[in-house]
Design a protein around this ligand. Sequence first.
Ligand code: 7TS
Length: 404
Amino acid sequence: MNAELIREQFPILHQEINGHPLVYLDSAATSQKPRAVLDALKHYYEWENSNVHRGVHTLGSRATDAYEGAREKVARFIGAARTQEIIFTRGTTTSLNMVASAYGPAVLQEGDEIVITPMEHHSNLIPWQQLAIRTGATLKYIPLQPDGNIALEDAEKTITDRTKIVSVAHVSNVLGVVNPVKELAEIAHRHGAVMVIDGAQSTPHMKVNVQELDCDFYAFSGHKMCAPTGIGVLYGKKHLLESMEPIEFGGEMIDDVGLYESTWKELPWKFEGGTPIIAGAIGLGAAIDFLQEIGMDAIHQHETKLAKYATAKLSEIEGLTLYGPREREVGLLTFNLQDIHPHDVATVLDASGVAIRAGHHCCQPLMRWLKASATARASLYLYNTEQDIDRLAEALVQTKEYFG
Ligand code: 7TS
């Protein structure tokens, strides 16, 4: 994989920020978009734009074919057995909330348990908190090891016969750990619970196969994997999705509407009320084509190599605390520099054209666990290079000098 050539396909990366060539290291927040995706959106609006599933006119069929074609691409991309198991949503947050709202109340009784971890993004934490409050269920946490990893022995102790839902991030957006979600799914199933995976930080970076993982639900966002904002996916096993009631009612999702009662379309459309996110789904399809042409294994290898390089480079900087395990497969580096506030670090870096994120990264419980009020985070993707890491390291050394 040649990251230099790949960079050429991302128009936004070829600009100066504050007089310096842009180094974009905030892909965990959102990725940049390649020309193929931008062109697919333009093509759709110039040649196909129409509402789906209703018109008999030609544009209506083109839009419907493109939209449903994107669903097939998603199903293949994550190894789903059926396209009916792919629900288009606004993103990971919406997908996880859908499971909590449409599945949770039907299976939880007072005293039942929902199991998550302290490393979850707020999107995989607050929906379960709310569900626990509403149903009287107990929210339990698998504790973290000192390096931020999950030990399966701890999972075995936390997940019990009262557990109905286990929901864990495949990859943490702060610690950069890859969680043993397949093993967790096996433990969950042994106790009759379902396994929900937050795939926001894994799907863009590694090959995912939902059947191999044997998870019951898998949620991810398009915008972190080269697609536009506003499109995401909820994968669910067919029998589970079939057992669930829709949570949004209106156009598109109905079969027959009477004055007092109505029936719903079959899967997946019963969960897609209203005009769907047509252009977004088509953009996601184009992003999948783009990523698959390069190859998910090649992308993962490139990032693992770069993460190793970055870990070594940042470790050389005196006064820099790197959080999470030393060995990392994914390009997520969360750190603090001496006692300089991470917002100040990010501001000084931005003056050199280096874009990183600072804050709590929507993980306040994890920040407390790390004993940090906030951190800085550099996150990598397929278009980053060793030069980007060198620029980051130089800018960090300058930041230290700047603050004396
Ligand atoms: N889960 C994880 C693990 C995430 O990293 C994010 C977004 C979400 C869920 C929510 O995704 P959304 O597309 O619905 O917003 N994470 C980040 C981040 O780390 N910085 O900005 C957004």
